[in-house]
Each structure stands twice: as C-alpha cells, then as structure tokens.
Write a protein that binds this ligand. Structure first.
Ligand code: ZN
Length: 477
C-alpha cells in the first residue's frame, strides 16, 4: 500500500494552468506532490477532508519588497495568510544585496531598511543568511539596479561612467551566478532616474547572458510619459534580447487615466516578437517613498511613516501641510525619509491591466507597522472581489496568474502547478468565502477563506494562523 505524509480528499483541484477545476485527491510525500487522482488505497500520516474547498498551487507574489522582512519576521504572516508560498524580492531596482554601503543611501533604498540592514556584500551572503534561518516562504531575488549604483557610485544623480558600468556588470554577473533571477530597475527614483537607456541596456545584456534571467522594471514614468516608458522598456528587451516584466503597471494622475488602452496595445504588438509580462496589485492607491516630486498628481496622500516625524504617521499630508502652513511639496520634504499612500489611479485602468492575459499578481507590499492594505490583501482580493464578485476573471484564470504564469516567467521549475513530482507548495481555500479584509484604516487584517497553506509540504498557515515553520527555500535560477 503506498504511503504519504499528507492526503487531501474530496477537494476541487485547480491545477494552475487555467484548466477547469476537477474533483480529486492529492497526496504529498517528502515535500513533493506524490500523486493526483483518486489516490484510493493510499495510507497517509494526515488526511485532510477538502470537501467544498479548492486546492491549488501556492501563490507566487512576484512583486515584493520583503528582502529584509524575510529575516526579521520569518513567519511572514502577511504572505502566508494570503496563500502565498513564494515571494520575489529585489523589485523596483532595490535589492538588499549585493551592497555594503560606503556612501549615504540614495532614495528609495530606505524602503528596505536602514544602513545596517544592507550588510550583504554578495547575493550568496544573503542566501546563506536565509538558509541559516529559513522563512516560511520560498524566496527568489532580483538584483536591483539602484543597489548596484549605490555600490558603484558615490553620486547617483548622473549617468554611470564606463568604469562604473563595468563595476556594476561584474557585481551583477556574480549576483546572477549566486542565484539571482534577473535584473530589476526603478528608473523613476532618484537613485536611477539619471541612468540613460544605454546604461540599462548594458546591464540587461549582462543579465541576458545568464540563461533564464529576466529584466523587470518600475518604469521611468507611470505618469505623463508612461507610453514613452513602455516603449523604452520594450526597446531594452529587444536590444538586450531579454524577457521583460513591467512592474505594477498603472497610469498615475487624472490626465493619464485611460492610457492603458495604448500601453496594452503596444505590449500586444510587441508580444509577436518579444517576451513581455506585467504585474499589478488590485488597488487604485499606490504606496512608496514620500518625495516632493510625487505629490502633485494624487487626490489624497496618507503618510505611513516618517523618520524625523513619526508622530505624523497615519495622517493626511494635506492636513499636515495646512497645519505647518507650507506647500505639500515642502511638507513632504520635511517628513522625509518617509513613506506614503497615494490615491491617484483609475479603476478602469486597473481592470484593463488585470484582465490582460500576461498579467501576474504582485502585492508590492512594503512591510511596516502601517502598510498599504495590498501587503495583506492582494491575493484574496483578486480571488474574492475581482474573480468571484465582479466576474472579471474566472477563478481558474486568477489562480493561473498567481501560479504557473509567474513560475514560467521567473524561471521557477517544478513549482506553480499541481503535477506529480512538483514541490508541494499548496493552498486550500474556500472559493465562496475568500476575500481580503485589510483596508486603509485596518491595513494588517488577515483575509478570510484561506484555510491551509503548505510550503514544500510543511504547513505554514492554518486554523491557528502562521505556524512559523521554517519551510522556505532560496530559489536560485
Ligand atoms: Zn515599484
């Protein structure tokens, strides 16, 4: 009689490919999926009655800033509570490695922590730290362009010299050999906005010489120049012959609402000749560092943290500026280094991006005491609100965007589908009840309906909440 560690019976299996759900059993043994089907006659260490529930591959959060959080809060309840079993860190040009700063940190590197948090001279050193104290989720890491710049340049407000590009290329190549999944950029941020396209192409070419590595980008503009920014991104992909991912695609500011019709058409046309994917979080407010140049387009801004003025967290920037008798820009400058939530996007654009077949889900959550609700709510919100309530996606397609699509885009073999031999990263959820609960006033509320979550066969989220199991692995390219 075959034996296994875990046996799920009577569930609806959504396999991650987008195929319709089907009834079946699934056996897990030694951290892998051992069998799928009726599993009659299997003897199990633990049997789970999954009647009325969906069993799916664990979700892959393709857009995170969890680099430091993985070491500080390894149980990662913000993620496991959503069914997330793998996070991709190092997005938007900022990765915690490779960097031991010799110079003050340029913005937005403070999003990941302060100078002492940047203590990994190599991706291998960061990987070792994770392997010494494994978090509950698997981790893939992108190598951040701004991080490379901060290591190679004292003054990041200019283009890199040939020598600096060479230094960055060497650090990048080593980081990719150490298991980095690709290069990320954040070309609208102070640390990298002076980088010309040619600098990015040079680094993207280094990346492309490592099989399977990709290029992801928080583009140069998500505002008035968003169309040009998409063109630049596609050009970088073509010139470097590398797959590209457009991060958290959006159009900021009322006068830019609706431009996703143009950007998505550009992407569709490009797809005939190059590899492109996108990610999105299911909210119309964004969240990032608070910078004077970012405040003009938002209808409302909530300050979420401020190093010099922690007492102003959770307050509206407009109120603070009025109280201080200064402009919004001056208030933002005084509060910095700070983070904020900006209400500045259009629901129709969000739905259009979410509906694009190449769009994955990325929370873009920024861990902290008062985060944007996307940190805790993104995945259940897509499943419960956008798929079930609005019918924008089928549940199967929503799951596909969270599982097999990101596994193929980021190069995570053996994950993202229910297949015999694949890693047992699994989520068991209630398809009729799953929904986010985090909002802008209670941003750390766990969702409901995500009942059990397994990483490499170990339960990391269950009835009692996060188990803290050290089940996650570093997923090297
Ligand atoms: Zn970003």
């Amino acid at each position: 009689m075959p034996t296994c560690d875990l046996l799920f019976l009577n569930g609806q299996l959504i396999d991650g490919t987008g195929a319709p759900r089907r009834a079946g059993a699934l056996a897990v043994d030694g951290g892998r999926i051992a069998a799928i089907g009726d599993c009659a006659g299997w003897e199990a260490g633990r049997v789970i009655d999954a009647a009325g529930r969906v069993l799916a591959p664990g979700f892959i959060d393709v857009h995170t800033h969890d680099d430091s959080a993985l070491l500080k809060t390894p149980a990662m309840p913000a993620k496991t509570s959503q069914g997330v079993t793998t996070v991709i860190a190092g997005n938007c040009g900022i990765s915690i490695a490779p960097l031991v700063p010799r110079y003050p940190l340029p913005q937005p590197l403070a999003l990941l922590g302060e100078v002492p948090d940047y203590r990994f001279a190599t991706v291998a050193a960061y990987r070792s730290a994770l392997e010494a104290a494994p978090p509950s989720v698997n981790v893939g890491l992108l190598v951040g362009h701004s991080t490379l710049r901060a290591g190679a340049m004292q003054d990041t407000s200019r283009a890199a010299s040939a020598g600096e590009i060479e230094a960055m290329s060497a650090a990048l190549a080593q980081a990719l050999l150490d298991g980095g999944l690709g290069l990320s950029t954040g070309l609208s941020y102070p640390a990298s906005r002076a980088a010309p396209t040619a600098e990015v192409v040079a680094l993207a070419r280094v990346t492309a010489s490592h099989p399977g590595a990709i290029y992801t980008t928080h583009m140069r503009s998500e505002r008035d120049q968003v169309i040009e920014a998409v063109r630049e991104t596609l050009q970088i992909g073509r010139e470097a012959a590398i797959p590209v991912v457009i991060s958290h695609h959006k159009c900021i500011g009322r006068r830019n609402f609706g431009k996703t019709t143009v950007t998505l058409e550009l992407i569709d046309r490009a797809l005939a000749t190059q590899d492109v994917a996108l990610d999105v979080y299911p909210y119309t407010a964004s969240s990032t560092v608070l910078l004077p140049e970012f405040v003009g387009d938002a209808e409302r801004i909530i300050v979420t943290s401020s190093q010099p003025h922690p007492e102003q967290a959770r307050r509206d920037l407009h109120e603070i500026a009025a109280e201080w008798g200064v402009s919004l820009e001056d208030a933002a400058a005084r509060l910095g280094p700070a983070t904020a939530i900006y209400f500045q996007m259009d629901e129709a654009d969000l739905r259009r991006v979410l509906g694009h077949p190449r769009t994955m889900i990325g929370s873009d959550g920024i861990p902290g005491p008062y985060p944007h609700p996307r940190l805790w709510g993104s995945f259940p919100r897509v499943l419960g609100h956008y798929a079930r309530e609005l019918g924008l996606l089928t549940l199967e397609d929503a799951v596909r965007r969270m599982t097999s699509l990101p596994a193929s885009v980021f190069g995570l073999p053996g994950r993202g589908m229910l297949r015999e031999g694949y890693a047992a990263d699994l989520v068991l959820f209630d398809p009729d009840g799953v929904i986010d609960r985090a909002d802008y006033t209670q941003p750390c509320e766990p969702s409901v309906g995500i009942e059990q979550v397994y990483v490499n066969g170990c339960e990391v989220w269950g009835r009692a909440g996060a188990t803290g199991a050290a089940a996650g692995r570093f997923l090297a390219r």
